[in-house]
Design a protein around this ligand. Structure first.
Ligand code: CO
Length: 132
């Protein structure tokens, strides 16, 4: 297997209260909050921590993906996003090795980046987002 130099792009955390959750990153870790607007029914506030961003995800409604996650599992890590050099190639490799994908083809995610989600059933219970 050739090394792809994949990196962690961001960690998405589902929070019931954005202001309360932001306080730790802003006041304790000293990171600057950046409002990223809304995506997939969630309001996102992000904090840059070195190379990695932490994204706090707050659901707009109970029947949004993050709303359902909060109801089912409570606050916590919602997904981890890995950056890969070639998303199409990575998805093809996933398919060839039998991984279950949520997105069969890349779609437009945050900031116009191409992303695809993998099903947590085939990734140890963790929702994984791939981007490039
Ligand atoms: Co994400």
């Amino acid at each position: 297997v050739k090394l792809l130099n994949a990196t962690v792009a961001h960690i998405g955390i589902a929070v019931p209260d954005l202001a309360e959750a932001s306080a730790f990153y802003r006041d304790i870790l000293g990171a600057e909050p950046r409002g990223l607007g809304q995506l997939d029914g969630a309001t996102i506030v992000s904090f840059q921590l070195g190379e990695v961003e932490v994204e706090l995800l707050h659901p707009e409604s109970d029947d949004s993906p993050v709303g359902r996650f909060l109801a089912r599992r409570g606050p916590g890590i919602h997904h981890i996003c890995y950056r890969v050099p070639n998303l199409i190639e990575t998805l093809a490799r996933c398919r060839a090795q039998g991984y279950r994908l949520v997105d069969e083809a890349p779609r437009v995610g945050q900031g116009g980046n191409r992303v695809a989600f993998m099903h947590p059933k085939s990734t140890g219970g963790i929702l994984i987002e791939l981007t490039e």
